[in-house]
Design a protein. Sequence first.
Length: 120
Amino acid sequence: MMKKKVLIVEDEVLIREMLKEIFMSVFESVYTARNGLQGIARYEEFMPDLIITDIKMRKMDGLEMIETIQHTNPQQKFIIITAYSDEHHLKTAKLLGIKDVLIKPVDSRELIERAQEMLQ
């Protein structure tokens, strides 16, 4: 088990809970949030090593949350998981420096591998 903290920001309850279960077996601490605003609050509270986020969410989307967090911590690591593969979102993610964008449905093994590589 890696002694790392992960924050999952996902508005779909079933996906959020499934990801939490998967990551609890790999990382020491796993936190969740249901939108970007709550994600920022959880980030400030727990200072996770990695944030895994969806893009499209109510109240604040994942890209807006990433941009806000990067203002205070440009070194923060992110993985985006999204059902949207349109050019605008992918281009914005690239501009924010996010290299890891996985399209839903996400293979949980691939997601865990990418997370572990990122946190080595």
